[in-house]
Design a protein around this ligand. Structure first.
Ligand code: SF4
Ligand code: SF4
Ligand code: SF4
Length: 325
Protein backbone atom coordinates (compact mmCIF):
# COMPACT_ATOMS: atom_id res chain seq x y z
CA UNK A 1 0.00 0.00 0.00
CA UNK A 2 1.44 3.39 -0.92
CA UNK A 3 1.64 6.03 1.77
CA UNK A 4 -0.63 9.03 1.19
CA UNK A 5 1.44 12.08 0.28
CA UNK A 6 -0.14 15.24 1.69
CA UNK A 7 0.22 18.38 -0.44
CA UNK A 8 2.68 20.78 1.08
CA UNK A 9 2.37 24.52 1.34
CA UNK A 10 5.06 26.85 -0.01
CA UNK A 11 6.67 28.78 2.84
CA UNK A 12 8.98 31.81 2.67
CA UNK A 13 10.83 33.61 5.44
CA UNK A 14 12.31 37.04 4.76
CA UNK A 15 14.02 39.79 6.71
CA UNK A 16 13.82 43.53 6.17
CA UNK A 17 15.48 45.90 8.68
CA UNK A 18 16.08 43.18 11.25
CA UNK A 19 18.67 41.89 13.67
CA UNK A 20 18.43 38.27 12.49
CA UNK A 21 16.85 37.15 15.79
CA UNK A 22 13.49 36.42 14.18
CA UNK A 23 15.08 34.20 11.53
CA UNK A 24 17.02 32.42 14.26
CA UNK A 25 13.79 31.98 16.24
CA UNK A 26 12.39 30.00 13.29
CA UNK A 27 15.41 27.68 13.58
CA UNK A 28 14.83 27.58 17.34
CA UNK A 29 11.82 25.33 16.81
CA UNK A 30 14.41 22.51 17.05
CA UNK A 31 12.88 19.11 16.22
CA UNK A 32 9.57 20.79 15.35
CA UNK A 33 11.41 21.86 12.18
CA UNK A 34 10.61 18.31 10.97
CA UNK A 35 6.91 19.13 11.44
CA UNK A 36 7.42 22.30 9.41
CA UNK A 37 9.24 20.41 6.65
CA UNK A 38 6.51 17.73 6.67
CA UNK A 39 3.95 20.38 5.83
CA UNK A 40 5.93 22.95 3.89
CA UNK A 41 8.38 23.44 1.05
CA UNK A 42 10.76 26.23 1.99
CA UNK A 43 10.88 28.25 -1.21
CA UNK A 44 12.75 31.36 -0.01
CA UNK A 45 14.75 32.02 3.16
CA UNK A 46 17.93 34.10 2.67
CA UNK A 47 19.48 33.12 6.03
CA UNK A 48 19.30 29.41 5.16
CA UNK A 49 18.82 28.92 1.42
CA UNK A 50 20.63 30.24 -1.65
CA UNK A 51 17.57 31.48 -3.53
CA UNK A 52 17.99 34.78 -5.34
CA UNK A 53 15.59 37.70 -5.64
CA UNK A 54 15.27 36.96 -9.37
CA UNK A 55 14.02 33.46 -8.46
CA UNK A 56 11.25 35.06 -6.38
CA UNK A 57 10.47 37.48 -9.22
CA UNK A 58 10.04 34.47 -11.52
CA UNK A 59 7.47 32.79 -9.23
CA UNK A 60 3.83 33.12 -10.35
CA UNK A 61 1.74 35.55 -8.29
CA UNK A 62 0.29 33.83 -5.20
CA UNK A 63 2.80 30.95 -5.55
CA UNK A 64 3.94 31.29 -1.92
CA UNK A 65 1.23 30.21 0.53
CA UNK A 66 2.73 31.87 3.61
CA UNK A 67 5.53 34.42 4.06
CA UNK A 68 6.86 35.22 7.51
CA UNK A 69 8.25 38.73 6.97
CA UNK A 70 10.40 39.92 9.84
CA UNK A 71 12.07 43.29 10.17
CA UNK A 72 10.88 46.81 9.54
CA UNK A 73 11.02 48.77 6.28
CA UNK A 74 13.99 51.13 6.42
CA UNK A 75 15.26 51.27 2.85
CA UNK A 76 14.23 50.81 -0.77
CA UNK A 77 15.36 47.16 -0.83
CA UNK A 78 13.11 46.35 2.16
CA UNK A 79 10.22 48.10 0.42
CA UNK A 80 10.81 46.39 -2.93
CA UNK A 81 10.90 42.96 -1.25
CA UNK A 82 7.81 43.70 0.85
CA UNK A 83 5.88 44.60 -2.31
CA UNK A 84 7.28 41.66 -4.28
CA UNK A 85 6.49 39.15 -1.54
CA UNK A 86 3.01 40.63 -1.10
CA UNK A 87 2.36 39.94 -4.78
CA UNK A 88 3.72 36.40 -4.63
CA UNK A 89 2.11 35.43 -1.30
CA UNK A 90 -1.38 34.37 -0.26
CA UNK A 91 -0.92 34.91 3.52
CA UNK A 92 1.60 37.57 4.51
CA UNK A 93 2.50 37.49 8.22
CA UNK A 94 4.25 40.41 9.93
CA UNK A 95 6.55 38.28 12.07
CA UNK A 96 8.06 39.91 15.16
CA UNK A 97 8.02 43.38 16.68
CA UNK A 98 9.97 45.07 13.88
CA UNK A 99 7.50 44.10 11.15
CA UNK A 100 4.54 44.53 13.51
CA UNK A 101 5.22 47.94 15.11
CA UNK A 102 8.67 49.01 13.89
CA UNK A 103 10.58 47.39 16.75
CA UNK A 104 14.08 48.37 17.83
CA UNK A 105 15.07 49.72 14.34
CA UNK A 106 12.04 52.01 14.67
CA UNK A 107 13.79 53.90 17.48
CA UNK A 108 15.67 55.58 14.61
CA UNK A 109 12.53 57.67 14.12
CA UNK A 110 13.72 59.71 17.10
CA UNK A 111 16.33 60.95 14.61
CA UNK A 112 16.37 61.25 10.82
CA UNK A 113 18.54 60.21 7.89
CA UNK A 114 20.90 63.17 8.26
CA UNK A 115 21.28 62.72 12.02
CA UNK A 116 21.95 58.99 11.67
CA UNK A 117 24.53 59.47 8.89
CA UNK A 118 26.30 62.22 10.84
CA UNK A 119 26.45 60.07 13.93
CA UNK A 120 27.59 56.93 12.09
CA UNK A 121 30.05 58.45 9.61
CA UNK A 122 31.31 61.63 11.34
CA UNK A 123 30.69 61.84 15.07
CA UNK A 124 31.10 58.30 16.37
CA UNK A 125 34.11 57.90 18.62
CA UNK A 126 35.76 55.29 16.39
CA UNK A 127 35.35 57.23 13.12
CA UNK A 128 38.05 59.26 11.36
CA UNK A 129 36.46 60.86 8.30
CA UNK A 130 37.94 64.36 7.72
CA UNK A 131 36.68 64.44 4.12
CA UNK A 132 33.12 63.76 5.29
CA UNK A 133 32.64 60.84 2.94
CA UNK A 134 29.14 59.36 3.11
CA UNK A 135 27.84 56.23 1.38
CA UNK A 136 26.52 57.07 -2.08
CA UNK A 137 23.60 55.28 -3.62
CA UNK A 138 25.47 54.90 -6.91
CA UNK A 139 29.20 54.45 -7.38
CA UNK A 140 30.94 53.94 -10.70
CA UNK A 141 33.74 51.35 -10.88
CA UNK A 142 35.54 49.89 -13.88
CA UNK A 143 33.06 47.03 -14.12
CA UNK A 144 29.99 49.24 -14.02
CA UNK A 145 27.81 51.06 -11.48
CA UNK A 146 27.45 49.73 -7.95
CA UNK A 147 24.12 50.46 -6.30
CA UNK A 148 23.11 50.61 -2.67
CA UNK A 149 19.48 50.72 -1.52
CA UNK A 150 18.11 54.18 -0.72
CA UNK A 151 18.19 54.82 3.04
CA UNK A 152 14.84 56.35 3.98
CA UNK A 153 14.27 59.17 6.45
CA UNK A 154 11.64 57.11 8.32
CA UNK A 155 11.43 53.52 9.47
CA UNK A 156 8.03 52.02 8.60
CA UNK A 157 6.07 49.04 9.80
CA UNK A 158 5.24 46.37 7.23
CA UNK A 159 1.58 47.41 7.09
CA UNK A 160 2.56 50.99 6.28
CA UNK A 161 3.91 49.63 2.98
CA UNK A 162 1.70 46.65 2.04
CA UNK A 163 -1.45 44.92 3.29
CA UNK A 164 -0.70 42.42 6.03
CA UNK A 165 -2.86 39.37 6.75
CA UNK A 166 -1.69 38.50 10.27
CA UNK A 167 0.63 39.87 12.94
CA UNK A 168 2.71 37.53 15.11
CA UNK A 169 4.26 39.78 17.75
CA UNK A 170 7.35 39.46 19.91
CA UNK A 171 11.06 40.19 19.83
CA UNK A 172 11.29 37.49 18.69
CA UNK A 173 7.94 35.66 18.83
CA UNK A 174 7.79 32.69 21.20
CA UNK A 175 8.70 29.47 19.37
CA UNK A 176 5.66 27.59 20.70
CA UNK A 177 3.37 30.31 19.41
CA UNK A 178 5.02 30.18 15.98
CA UNK A 179 4.38 26.44 15.69
CA UNK A 180 0.81 26.93 16.89
CA UNK A 181 0.14 29.60 14.26
CA UNK A 182 1.96 27.65 11.54
CA UNK A 183 -0.15 24.53 12.17
CA UNK A 184 -3.33 26.61 12.27
CA UNK A 185 -2.47 28.02 8.84
CA UNK A 186 -1.48 24.64 7.41
CA UNK A 187 -4.60 22.86 8.67
CA UNK A 188 -6.77 25.87 7.84
CA UNK A 189 -8.05 25.66 11.42
CA UNK A 190 -9.96 28.50 13.08
CA UNK A 191 -7.92 31.40 11.84
CA UNK A 192 -9.16 34.75 13.12
CA UNK A 193 -10.23 37.44 10.64
CA UNK A 194 -7.56 38.88 8.35
CA UNK A 195 -5.75 41.75 10.06
CA UNK A 196 -5.70 40.03 13.48
CA UNK A 197 -2.82 39.56 15.87
CA UNK A 198 -2.19 35.82 16.23
CA UNK A 199 -0.02 33.77 18.58
CA UNK A 200 -0.73 36.15 21.45
CA UNK A 201 -3.52 36.87 23.90
CA UNK A 202 -6.10 39.63 23.99
CA UNK A 203 -5.36 40.94 27.48
CA UNK A 204 -2.29 42.56 28.95
CA UNK A 205 0.76 41.01 30.60
CA UNK A 206 -0.42 42.02 34.10
CA UNK A 207 -3.42 39.67 33.72
CA UNK A 208 -1.01 36.73 33.42
CA UNK A 209 1.68 37.94 35.82
CA UNK A 210 1.94 36.19 39.18
CA UNK A 211 3.64 39.08 40.98
CA UNK A 212 1.69 40.62 43.90
CA UNK A 213 -0.25 43.76 43.08
CA UNK A 214 -2.03 46.07 45.48
CA UNK A 215 -4.18 49.16 45.10
CA UNK A 216 -1.71 51.19 47.13
CA UNK A 217 0.85 51.99 44.48
CA UNK A 218 2.53 55.18 45.63
CA UNK A 219 5.67 56.15 43.76
CA UNK A 220 7.93 59.07 44.75
CA UNK A 221 10.77 58.21 42.37
CA UNK A 222 11.25 55.83 39.46
CA UNK A 223 14.30 53.62 39.41
CA UNK A 224 16.27 51.45 37.00
CA UNK A 225 16.15 47.70 37.74
CA UNK A 226 19.71 47.69 39.08
CA UNK A 227 18.83 50.42 41.60
CA UNK A 228 16.40 48.25 43.58
CA UNK A 229 16.73 45.04 45.51
CA UNK A 230 13.94 43.12 43.80
CA UNK A 231 12.07 40.91 46.25
CA UNK A 232 11.08 38.58 43.40
CA UNK A 233 7.40 38.77 44.35
CA UNK A 234 6.09 42.33 44.19
CA UNK A 235 4.96 43.99 40.97
CA UNK A 236 7.88 45.91 39.44
CA UNK A 237 5.81 49.07 39.09
CA UNK A 238 5.04 49.01 42.80
CA UNK A 239 8.79 48.83 43.41
CA UNK A 240 9.19 51.96 41.24
CA UNK A 241 10.60 50.19 38.19
CA UNK A 242 8.97 50.83 34.82
CA UNK A 243 7.37 47.60 33.62
CA UNK A 244 5.39 47.82 30.37
CA UNK A 245 3.01 45.06 31.52
CA UNK A 246 -0.15 47.23 31.61
CA UNK A 247 0.42 48.38 28.00
CA UNK A 248 1.60 45.06 26.54
CA UNK A 249 -0.30 42.13 25.10
CA UNK A 250 0.08 38.82 26.92
CA UNK A 251 1.03 35.56 25.29
CA UNK A 252 4.76 35.21 25.83
CA UNK A 253 4.31 33.58 29.24
CA UNK A 254 5.41 36.85 30.92
CA UNK A 255 8.85 35.51 30.19
CA UNK A 256 10.87 38.56 31.24
CA UNK A 257 9.09 39.02 34.57
CA UNK A 258 9.39 35.28 35.19
CA UNK A 259 13.11 35.84 34.74
CA UNK A 260 12.98 38.75 37.21
CA UNK A 261 13.26 41.50 34.62
CA UNK A 262 10.49 44.00 33.84
CA UNK A 263 8.50 43.65 30.63
CA UNK A 264 9.86 45.91 27.86
CA UNK A 265 6.74 45.75 25.71
CA UNK A 266 7.81 43.64 22.73
CA UNK A 267 4.37 42.05 22.17
CA UNK A 268 2.86 45.45 21.40
CA UNK A 269 -0.36 46.80 22.86
CA UNK A 270 -3.36 44.63 23.79
CA UNK A 271 -6.44 44.79 21.56
CA UNK A 272 -8.15 47.52 23.61
CA UNK A 273 -5.10 49.82 23.62
CA UNK A 274 -4.33 51.97 20.59
CA UNK A 275 -1.05 53.45 21.77
CA UNK A 276 1.28 51.76 24.28
CA UNK A 277 2.99 55.01 25.34
CA UNK A 278 -0.29 56.73 26.15
CA UNK A 279 -1.51 53.70 28.07
CA UNK A 280 1.73 53.59 30.06
CA UNK A 281 1.55 57.30 30.86
CA UNK A 282 -1.98 56.88 32.13
CA UNK A 283 -0.95 53.81 34.22
CA UNK A 284 1.92 55.77 35.76
CA UNK A 285 -0.17 58.86 36.41
CA UNK A 286 -2.34 56.90 38.84
CA UNK A 287 0.70 55.82 40.85
CA UNK A 288 2.50 59.08 41.57
CA UNK A 289 2.31 60.00 45.23
CA UNK A 290 1.81 63.75 45.01
CA UNK A 291 -0.78 66.38 44.13
CA UNK A 292 1.77 69.14 43.70
CA UNK A 293 2.52 69.86 40.02
CA UNK A 294 6.21 70.80 40.60
CA UNK A 295 6.76 67.68 42.64
CA UNK A 296 4.96 65.52 40.07
CA UNK A 297 7.25 66.95 37.40
CA UNK A 298 10.31 66.06 39.47
CA UNK A 299 9.05 62.51 39.99
CA UNK A 300 8.40 62.13 36.24
CA UNK A 301 11.92 63.40 35.54
CA UNK A 302 13.25 60.33 37.33
CA UNK A 303 12.01 58.17 34.44
CA UNK A 304 15.05 57.54 32.30
CA UNK A 305 14.35 58.16 28.59
CA UNK A 306 10.52 58.00 28.84
CA UNK A 307 9.87 58.16 25.08
CA UNK A 308 12.46 55.47 24.31
CA UNK A 309 11.13 53.34 27.16
CA UNK A 310 7.43 53.63 26.36
CA UNK A 311 7.91 53.26 22.59
CA UNK A 312 10.90 50.91 22.62
CA UNK A 313 9.27 48.50 20.16
CA UNK A 314 6.47 50.56 18.72
CA UNK A 315 7.39 54.09 17.67
CA UNK A 316 6.68 53.82 13.87
CA UNK A 317 3.39 52.01 14.54
CA UNK A 318 2.30 54.39 17.31
CA UNK A 319 0.21 57.54 17.10
CA UNK A 320 3.48 59.56 17.25
CA UNK A 321 5.23 57.61 14.43
CA UNK A 322 8.37 59.78 14.76
CA UNK A 323 9.92 62.73 16.52
CA UNK A 324 9.33 65.99 14.67
CA UNK A 325 12.78 67.46 14.00
S1 SF4 B 1 11.63 41.59 16.35
FE1 SF4 B 1 13.46 41.49 17.63
S2 SF4 B 1 14.40 39.53 17.11
FE2 SF4 B 1 12.98 40.04 15.45
S3 SF4 B 1 14.22 41.12 13.94
FE3 SF4 B 1 13.28 42.66 15.26
S4 SF4 B 1 14.87 43.06 16.82
FE4 SF4 B 1 15.38 41.12 15.85
S1 SF4 C 1 3.43 45.77 35.84
FE1 SF4 C 1 4.83 44.09 35.32
S2 SF4 C 1 5.38 43.17 37.29
FE2 SF4 C 1 3.53 44.39 37.61
S3 SF4 C 1 1.84 42.98 37.36
FE3 SF4 C 1 2.19 43.96 35.37
S4 SF4 C 1 3.58 42.57 34.30
FE4 SF4 C 1 3.65 42.01 36.47
S1 SF4 D 1 7.63 39.96 29.06
FE1 SF4 D 1 7.31 41.73 27.72
S2 SF4 D 1 9.32 42.19 26.83
FE2 SF4 D 1 9.43 40.14 27.72
S3 SF4 D 1 8.96 38.78 26.01
FE3 SF4 D 1 7.04 39.19 27.06
S4 SF4 D 1 6.14 40.95 25.99
FE4 SF4 D 1 8.29 40.84 25.41
Amino acid sequence: MTKEVKPKINLAVYWGAACGGCCVSVLDVHEALFTVIEHANLVFWPIALDIKYKDVEAMPDGFIDVTLFNGAVRNSENEHMAKLLRKKTKILVAYGSCAHMGGIPGLANFSNREGIFNRAYIESESTVNPDRVFPQQHHRVEEGVLELPEFYNDVKTLNQVVNVDYYLPGCPPQTERLIEVFLAIVTKADLPPVGSVVGANEKCQCDECKRKKSDKKKIRAFKRPWQIKDDGETCFLEQGVICMGPATRGGCGVRCVEGNAPCRGCYGPPSDVTDPGLKMMSAIATMIDSNDSDEIEKIIETIDDPAGTFYRFSLPGSILRRKVL
